[in-house]
Design a protein around this ligand. Structure first.
Ligand code: ZN
Ligand code: ZN
Length: 154
């Protein structure tokens, strides 16, 4: 999704709009995660997110962080997690609905709700992305690394 110059801005915000952001161009990748952490932190059955280089991302408002998730300190909505040169934007925080973004992969599919089905176009991963076999569209100079190190439940 990153093969052309695209200056398209997208705008997003939390539920109370105290946190707002702008992101430019196409994301590096778009995914869905069904892991236990994403379930708990979202309170939903999965999280859907798109990742941009942090250089394409601008944010205003006060954000708290717990673990590797960020949230609006006023309304508690999960908002963009910025780390290691990337901004992981929650798709549900984007202002235009529906978005034109479609997940390319699904993580932790063993925890997908039984009433959900694999997305036909999305790569399926038992756990986190297998970055060794993926043509990772990282920016030059950014180290590749596992995303979301998850601890399986006991
Ligand atoms: Zn808020
Ligand atoms: Zn997850």
């Amino acid at each position: 999704m990153n093969d052309r110059i695209d200056e398209t801005p997208r705008f997003g915000s939390c539920y109370c709009r105290a946190v707002s952001f702008r992101v430019i161009g196409q994301p590096l990748r778009v995914g869905i995660c069904h892991c236990a952490d994403c379930r708990k932190t979202s309170g939903s059955a999965f999280s859907a997110y798109a990742v941009w280089p942090v250089s394409a991302y601008e944010q205003t408002g006060q954000v708290g962080t717990y673990g590797n998730r960020s949230f609006c300190v006023t309304c508690g909505s999960r908002v963009t997690w910025v780390h290691d040169g990337e901004a992981e934007v929650m798709i549900g925080s984007l202002d235009v609905v529906p978005t034109d973004l479609a997940p390319e992969y699904e993580l932790w599919v063993g925890r997908r709700e039984n009433w959900l089905h694999p997305l036909p176009q999305a790569r399926q991963f038992d756990h986190d992305r297998d970055t060794a076999t993926e043509p990772a569209p990282l920016e030059p100079g950014q180290p590749d690394r596992p995303r979301n190190v998850e601890i399986p439940p006991a």
